[in-house]
Design a protein around this ligand. Structure first.
Ligand SMILES: C[S@@+](CC[C@H](N)C(=O)[O-])C[C@H]1O[C@@H](n2cnc3c(N)ncnc32)[C@H](O)[C@@H]1O
Length: 195
């Protein structure tokens, strides 16, 4: 994974993480690679991760680097924090893997403060031949890759969950090989009713 990150992902992680600020929740933290890119604007960090081995790895990494982070057991579909707890929520290569994208985004919306930001680095379904290839390979790929779905229309799901997606952009050509390309990256903000 460190080699994979160095070869393919670190440049995207660094750029995406530059958008987080204030009280931050990281959903699906995994072994913690993104902790290396926390900007100074972050004042507190919590994370939700369902896999015990990943929680241990992320906590050990954080300790080694002196990063105070509260890594808790839980799922994106049922985030164990009260409403309005965070200024930023970060999803890095996670919405491809959760069982229920709409429920996860609903929970993220709930724990964000009004006007809070969802910071995104996801691989998503491409257009044209790439999208058709991803549709075709989706089932075997998810068996091989721990449930990862390479053909999710993530920007549509984020919009449907009540976020302004104007700050998200698609990066069509990435260094990451198919089927985990293109990327969706940037910021989605909570749309506050009657704002
Ligand atoms: C591809 S890994 C990415 C890990 C990490 N964010 C990174 O970029 O290295 C997907 C992560 O999502 C986590 N995950 C899977 N289902 C989840 C769910 N329902 N809620 C939260 N996290 C989930 C997995 O345990 C795993 O850590």
């Amino acid at each position: 994974m460190p080699i994979f990150n160095r070869l393919f992902y670190n440049r995207y992680r660094r750029e995406a993480m530059s958008n987080v600020a204030g009280r931050l929740l990281m959903v699906g933290l995994g072994p913690g690679a993104d902790l290396m890119f926390l900007p100074p604007a972050v004042t507190a960090v919590a994370a939700v991760e369902p896999e015990a081995a990943f929680r241990r790895m992320a906590s050990a990494l954080a300790r080694r680097h002196g990063i105070p982070v509260d890594v808790v057991d839980g799922f994106g579909e049922s985030i164990p924090f009260p409403d309005n707890s965070f200024d930023s929520v970060y999803v890095g290569l996670v919405l491809c893997s959760v069982d229920n994208v709409a429920a996860t985004l609903g929970e993220i919306r709930r724990v964000l403060v009004p006007g809070g930001r969802l910071v995104v680095l996801e691989h998503v379904r491409g257009d044209g031949a790439m999208g058709r290839f991803q549709d075709g390979i989706a089932k075997p790929w998810s068996w091989l890759a721990s449930g990862c779905q390479p053909n999710r229309r993530t920007v549509d799901a984020i919009a449907a969950a009540g976020f302004d997606t104007g700050g998200l952009r698609s990066i069509r050509r990435t260094l990451v090989p198919p089927p985990c390309t293109p990327h969706l990256q940037g910021i989605a903000t909570v749309i506050t009713p009657n704002a």
